[in-house]
Design a protein around this ligand. Structure first.
Ligand SMILES: CCCCC/C=C\C/C=C\C/C=C\C/C=C\C/C=C\CC/C=C/C(=O)SCCNC(=O)CCNC(=O)[C@H](O)C(C)(C)COP(=O)(O)OP(=O)(O)OC[C@H]1O[C@@H](n2cnc3c(N)ncnc32)[C@H](O)[C@@H]1OP(=O)(O)O
Ligand SMILES: Cc1cc2nc3c(=O)[nH]c(=O)nc-3n(C[C@H](O)[C@H](O)[C@H](O)COP(=O)(O)OP(=O)(O)OC[C@H]3O[C@@H](n4cnc5c(N)ncnc54)[C@H](O)[C@@H]3O)c2cc1C
Length: 638
């Protein structure tokens, strides 16, 4: 193997000159990014714990076969659980551990959907029975909603749950091929139980889709129970990437479960076969999706900031052109074109961090209200979680790909970390609701609000995130007919929904800046980023702003000038602004993004570790290359 001098690999901080340029207190910014001194402490401690433990190694994922990859994920999940138990980690610390282990696994669905579904839709009694088992991982659950034929259209699911009053049981059945459950994570090979969604039929009458706790596999030998056919749906996009997850297929053949395994907080079936609806809205059956959409928004800033950190550090290391008198070439980060692609993404990472924080608050608020039987803010919470999930995941997936391009050719190497990050992240635009379908929900909410504006029948004034609507006069003129023309106008309405969500992100960023933010220069940096975020959007959509007369061409030109000036203000602080994410090299998983910026020796070293380089002459030489070179190809046995 070709070696690299030890001194070239270790110890020298190639980005030190960049760090010295920064004009703000990076440690204080780390606290702002983490959310609080306590959150910073937990995150910092757990990230270092994971990074220093060889049990959590992840640099070999792209070279493993699916079976090896999956087995390794099982090992890591078991090891993570042992670490959590041995170290007596709190729930907050355990969640951080899962985050820094950085490998999609069945545990995400168990903790992220199965348990929340029981908590949100189960009765007290059901929670008391199932949650202790789930918390100790004595059962492992998944969330089985989507089917081969229907994902977005939940009302179109075909699986049935028919009540049998003779035996006090439900019979869960997949009547067609398209009713096979398809996609649930953890289902393929691991889950012992599922929250399965099915159309409830009682006494021959249908009552829509409800959730049921169904055991799938034996707790003794893991074999599927009678009437259950279950397996993995196959390889997904990208090597490694989301293939650590066993997304599954499941068919029920008249599987019987006790009546008390229907989640009965929203509606109940009595032993006499009576269907009863509580006074909580039916939409609470969708509550787990609202919860997860909110966590996805909070996670978007993590994925985007990770890509931005890699691209920013590498852009400061990489030099092309511009050498004067034999001096060093220009750092690519100094090119205005690089800045105009990179810095809006840096600003977006911060914007999404704060919108995630705000959405957590909104979710906690609506949960509290629901407990007190106040359902008034549910439509707004649904619109915000759906819309912001769509906005942030689309921007993050696009942003990760842009960061890959910002790293030139080296960004295409797996060792840059960016291809895998993209492949793992991009399904977030589809799962928990296809992003366009979710924006249509926001559009519906907006149109409903518009149709009520000024209506004599409605005395309610729009509040919260739609309060601005009373101030937009020409909305009043748009009221007529928009409800009737919804489908025809849906492409435009989706754009309106995006604009509404962008407004929320910008206004919450501005609200954040109205708070006290300690630390030298921290607030000023955030103001610059906030202005970049807002002006970049204005610049990108200037056609819309100009055509609606919201701005003049002069305003548009001024905004563009200001944007360029803001990029110059960010430039000296760029490295410190990504250092503030406090990511370990282990978590970043990228040679291009490593903290010390010592990129080239590490790339060189890593190349020699590729399995193809294990032998100088490749396997297959004698069979395929030599006959070709010797012109013996016609006689060779191929
Ligand atoms: C090792 C140790 C580990 C320790 C670990 C510790 C912690 C780890 C913790 C957690 C891990 C964290 C997170 C990870 C979790 C998961 C993320 C990872 C992987 C993702 C897995 C993906 C899962 C899935 O994809 S599940 C399936 C999701 N499916 C969808 O999203 C379907 C999308 N479709 C819909 O939501 C709806 O059907 C629809 C499109 C909204 C319905 O449209 P429509 O038919 O028009 O509506 P109706 O059904 O008729 O509804 C009418 C009425 O209701 C309103 N509505 C709709 N939805 C909601 C809602 N959710 N809430 C409130 N209201 C709603 C609708 O607007 C309409 O209102 P209106 O009548 O007033 O207009
Ligand atoms: C990696 C991954 C993990 C998943 N994990 C789970 C899980 O754990 N549990 C689970 O239950 N499900 C899971 N899913 C399924 C996921 O929730 C669905 O795939 C998702 O909700 C989208 O539904 P769909 O596949 O039916 O898309 P479709 O609705 O078929 O979308 C296809 C196209 O049609 C468009 N479209 C659909 N409806 C409309 C409309 N009304 N108007 C305009 N355009 C429309 C969409 O925008 C899209 O472009 C997972 C999916 C993935 C990719």
């Amino acid at each position: 193997m070709e070696g690299v001098g030890e001194e070239e690999m270790e110890g020298v901080d190639h980005l030190a000159h960049e760090r010295n340029k920064s004009e703000f207190d990076v440690d204080a910014m780390k606290i702002v990014w983490a959310g609080s001194p306590h959150a910073f402490d937990v995150s910092d401690r757990i990230s270092k714990l994971v990074a220093s433990d060889p049990g959590f190694r992840k640099d070999n994922r792209s070279t493993l076969s699916r079976k090896e990859l999956f087995k390794n994920t099982l090992r890591k999940a078991a090891y993570a659980w042992k670490t959590i138990v041995d170290l007596r980690l709190s729930e907050e610390e355990a969640a951080k551990l899962r985050f820094y282990v950085d490998e999609p696994a069945f545990t995400d669905l168990h903790w992220g959907m199965f348990i929340p579904a029981i908590k949100g839709q189960g009765t007290e009694e059901q929670q008391q029975k199932w949650l202790p088992l789930a918390y100790k991982m004595q059962i492992i659950g998944c969330y089985a909603q989507t089917e081969l034929g229907h994902g977005s259209n939940v009302q179109g699911l075909e699986t049935t749950a028919t009540f049998d009053s003779q035996t006090d049981e439900f019979i869960i059945h997949s009547p067609t091929l398209t009713s096979s459950k398809w996609w649930p994570g953890g289902l393929g090979k691991v889950a012992t139980h599922a929250i399965a969604y099915a159309r409830l039929i009682v006494g021959g009458r249908e009552h829509g889709v409800h959730g049921f706790i169904v055991q799938l596999r034996s707790l003794e030998d893991h074999s599927p129970l009678l009437g259950i056919t279950v397996g993995d749906i196959g390889m997904k996009f990208g090597n490694g990437a989301y293939n650590t997850m066993d997304n599954g297929v499941l068919q029920f053949d008249h599987v019987r479960i006790p009546r008390n395994q229907m989640l009965m907080r929203v509606s109940q079936v009595t032993c006499e076969g009576k269907y009863k609806q509580s006074d909580v809205p039916r939409q609470l059956v969708y509550g787990t999706m609202v919860y997860v959409r909110q966590t996805i928004v909070a996670d978007a800033s993590c994925a985007l900031s990770r890509a931005v950190c890699i691209a920013t550090r590498y852009s400061a290391v990489r030099r092309q052109f511009g050498s004067q008198n034999g001096g060093p070439e220009t750092q690519v980060i100094d090119y205005k074109t690089q800045q105009s692609r990179l810095f809006p993404l840096l600003a977006s990472a911060y914007a999404f961090r704060f919108i995630g924080e705000w959405l957590k608050w909104l979710y906690a608020d609506v949960t509290q209200r629901l407990q007190a039987n106040d359902f008034s803010t549910l439509p707004e919470a649904h619109a915000c979680t759906a819309g912001l999930k769509s906005l942030t995941t689309t921007a993050t997936a696009d942003g990760i790909e842009e960061c890959r391009k910002l790293c030139g050719g080296h960004g295409y190497l797996c060792s840059s970390g960016l291809p895998e990050l993209f492949a793992v992240y991009v399904p977030a635009c589809t799962y928990e609701g296809d992003n366009t379908v979710l924006l249509l929900q926001v559009a519906r909410f907006l149109m409903k609000t518009v149709s009520q504006l000024g209506s004599r029948l409605s005395s309610k004034k729009p509040v919260g995130t739609i309060a601005y609507m009373t101030r937009v006069e020409h909305l009043m003129q748009c009221r007529c007919g928009v409800q009737r023309g919804f489908a025809e106008l849906s492409a435009d309405l989706v754009e309106a929904a995006v604009a509404h969500c962008q407004l929320i992100v910008v206004s919450k960023f501005i609200e954040k800046l109205q708070q006290e933010i300690p630390g030298k220069g921290v607030k000023q940096q955030l103001e610059v980023l906030c202005n970049i975020y807002a002006l970049f959007l204005l610049h990108k959509h200037q056609g819309d702003f100009l055509s609606t007369g919201c701005i003049t061409p002069k305003h548009a030109a001024l905004a563009n000038d200001e944007l360029r000036s803001l990029y110059s203000q960010v430039r000296p602080n760029a490295i410190a602004l990504v250092d503030a994410f406090n990511y370990t090299d282990h978590y970043l998983g990228s040679i291009l993004g490593c903290y010390d910026g010592n990129v080239y020796p590490k790339l060189y070293e890593a190349a020699w570790k590729d399995p193809l380089n294990e032998s100088v002459v490749p396997d297959g030489y004698h069979l395929y290359i030599r006959p070709l070179l010797k012109q013996e190809i016609r006689t060779a046995r191929l």
